[in-house]
Design a protein around this ligand. Structure first.
Ligand SMILES: [Fe+2]
Length: 178
C-alpha cells in the first residue's frame, strides 16, 4: 500500500492521471532519427513545439496558466550519473514524465547537510516516476540522476522562475485532474 509520502514530498509531487497518448507521441518523436538534438548543461536536449500540447487540453491550459516557457525531451546516455545539482535560475519547477528508462534510471532528491566538507545529503528519496504520469519536481532543490544500462528519455515542461508557490501548483494539478 502506498503512503501519502510517496505522492507528496517537499521536493516533488506525483500526479495521478494517465497521459498514455503524450508518452506514446513523445516516444514516436524521438524514434524519428531526424530529430535535432543539442547539448545544454551536458544533457542532450530536443525542443518540443508549443503546438504539440494543443491536442492535450489540460496540459495546454496549464502551460498558458503558468506561462511555462520551455518544453523538451531530455536524453541521457546509459551508464552515466548526473551529479547532485540545482537547475539554473531560469527554471523553478519542472513537470516531468519519464518516457523511457524504467528499471535502469533513478532520480533522487535530498537535502544538503550544512557544515559538511563533502557532498553529504539527508532526507534522500527516489522520485517516483511511473509510466504515463507526470511528476512535478522542485528543481531548485538538490537532485541527482543515475542511469544504468539503458538510455533515459524524459519529457520536461519548465515553469519559469517566479514567486510561484510549489503547493499552489500541486493544488492546481489536483483540481484540474492532472
Ligand atoms: Fe536538474
Amino acid at each position: 500500500m502506498k503512503e501519502d509520502t510517496d505522492i507528496i514530498h517537499s521536493h516533488f509531487f506525483k500526479c495521478q492521471s494517465d497521459f498514455f497518448e503524450i508518452s506514446k507521441s513523445i516516444n514516436e518523436m524521438y524514434q524519428n532519427k531526424n530529430l535535432l538534438w543539442f547539448n545544454r548543461f551536458d544533457i542532450n536536449v530536443s525542443p518540443v513545439s508549443r503546438n504539440f500540447f494543443e491536442q492535450f487540453p489540460k496540459i495546454n491550459q496549464l502551460i498558458d496558466d503558468f506561462e511555462c516557457n520551455t518544453y523538451a525531451i531530455f536524453k541521457f546516455d546509459p551508464n552515466t550519473c548526473y551529479g547532485w545539482h540545482v537547475d539554473n535560475a531560469e527554471r523553478a519547477y519542472a513537470l516531468n514524465m519519464l518516457i523511457e528508462g524504467y528499471g535502469s534510471s533513478y532520480t533522487f532528491v535530498g537535502d544538503k547537510i550544512k557544515d559538511r566538507t563533502n557532498e553529504d545529503f539527508s532526507n534522500v528519496r527516489e522520485v517516483p516516476y511511473e509510466a504515463n504520469k507526470f511528476v512535478l519536481l522542485d528543481v531548485n532543490s538538490y537532485h541527482t540522476i543515475y542511469n544504468l544500462d539503458k538510455p533515459r528519455y524524459l519529457l520536461t515542461i519548465s515553469f519559469p522562475a517566479s514567486n510561484l508557490d510549489f503547493n499552489k501548483i500541486c493544488e492546481y494539478l489536483i483540481k484540474n485532474n492532472i
